[in-house]
Design a protein. Sequence first.
Length: 386
Amino acid sequence: MLFTYFQPTPDPINFVSPGAIGSADIVVDDSSVYQTILGFGASLTDSSAQLFHNLKSQNSNNYWELLDYLFNITDAADSAGFSYIRVPLGASDFSANTYSYDDTSGDVNLNAFNIGAAPSYVFSTLSDILSINQGLRVHVVPWSPPGWMKSGTMDGGSLNTAYISVMANYLLKSLQGFQSKGIPIYAISIQNEPENSNPTYPTCSMPVSTEAQIGLKLRTLMNSNGFQNTKIIGYEHNWVDAANYPVQLMQQAGSAFDGVSFHCYQGSVSEQAEFTSQYPNKVWWMPSDYDFVDAPSSWALQVGAYVTGRVLSTDWERYSIVVLNWDDSASTTWNPQPVEATIEFRGMQASIPEATHLLLLDLVMFQATYTFPVGVTTLWWYAPAN
């Protein structure tokens, strides 16, 4: 079994001392209306898709039980009900190999473009998830353009501006490729973390002007190829620069972008106001947030709480309408072992009384040390050593 139910004590839990039932007037204040929350979810990288694939091969019943627990949105399903998933276009830092969908140098017409360059289990896992939740919103984003559009490598560097139009076509072909696999795309981003160039994994720095030009060209291509309703999301980087990059992006190409996406690794959620005060009608996503677990060196245990990045009780009023957990395991086997680890979270909504209540980790805390038992909660609690 992947999941174990533990009877709460007492049952039911009494949040107040029992007393006589009285009358009360409940007044709903509808004078302040905040954003619509589109959903909660996670990222499906090559490595996490491979874990799903391996589990399906080893124990199909557990695989479908896990997918149902994660993605079933039926009322009373007793599941996480994830409804939004983010998928890299090509390799990311959680891929076994570095690849794009067209690694033929100089192929400006993209004749060698092949969506099948991605591992087949990425698409089969997505298809299985969609069979459980037909309303799943899929958001795709490249970690890097093909290396030949840069300096010969996907790891670090920046896009050669001579390939701006080619890159726009590459993104259109990516949408068409997913469509050919029966996977509708809700949103596409131009570049993950465009202010980050890291030579150790697929990344690409991209100035505002370059992203703006790609966005404008891509919007035109999408509108003329049946993707009018697919959203284009800009920025995809940290709060710390919210007053600059995304603002300039809207100034240069606001008609192309439906909104922007903020990551939480630097800065504060309050800095989003620098953007939202100027563009209140644009939509905001928060797709990348994580917290670390300090575990023994033989483990790479990274935890993404179901609800994270909430420093203050008012943070959910700060515009973000999608919260995703960037969290994966590069392991290729399903063999979780008990491990003691200290969990440190940014937010604090409630404490968790016992290690056996890990399913309640959406009630985040500052710090606690637990022994993670085998087979609890969702897939990303485990990252066994290779």
